[in-house]
Design a protein around this ligand. Structure first.
Ligand code: HEC
Length: 153
């Protein structure tokens, strides 16, 4: 009997630190994806200003914003949303991500390719129309993903 209790205590002692290490890892992933998304939000605001004509047309600004978006997208960003981090306190990521990984990854990959397209256009001599088209592709990925995979406020 005593041995059983001792073994149980040992088991609890061994698993508790592991569980809390896992929890702090999840917290840091959530923190990281919030930072990436905030940066994406800033980049889109800037691009919106340029393409609406509110701010001076500045290719360098377009390039910088598109680079931010291309860094915070694709498979690396998708990896910040493991199953155990979904429907978590302090996060608006929906549990549906777990059952729809292909679609979730695809939208992140579309954000990556459309922002890279914008980078190429801004670096080269992309026309205003071409850049607007790429910008609108980028913007569609934000709303597509948020509609299905982010908790609505
Ligand atoms: C493939 C999915 C996906 C794409 C693409 C995506 N987002 Fe998000 N976004 C999310 C999810 C999920 C959350 C909620 C994350 C959380 O709370 O843990 C989120 C949260 C946010 C937030 C809130 C961050 C915070 O601090 O709470 C902003 C701002 C944001 N996204 C902006 C954007 C912009 C702008 C784009 C497009 C350039 C974009 N997102 C593209 C899935 C996506």
């Amino acid at each position: 009997m005593r041995i059983a209790v001792a073994i149980t205590l040992l088991a609890i002692g061994a698993t508790l630190p592991m569980a809390s290490a896992q929890e702090s890892n999840v917290q840091s992933l959530i923190e990281q994806r919030h930072q990436e998304m905030k940066a994406n939000g800033g980049a889109m605001k800037q691009l919106g200003g340029v393409f609406r004509g509110d701010t001076p047309y500045d290719r360098d600004a377009v390039l910088k914003a598109a680079e931010t978006l291309s860094k915070h997208s694709g498979t690396e960003s998708a990896a910040l949303f493991p199953d155990n981090s979904l429907k978590h306190s302090g996060s608006e990521a929906r549990i549906e991500i777990a059952g729809n990984r292909d679609r979730f990854n695809e939208i992140f990959s579309d954000l990556n390719s459309s922002s890279k397209e914008l980078i190429d256009l801004a670096r080269g001599n992309g026309s205003d129309t071409e850049m607007r088209a790429a910008f609108s592709k980028v913007a569609k990925t934000c709303s597509a993903c948020h509609t299905d995979f982010r908790v609505k406020n």
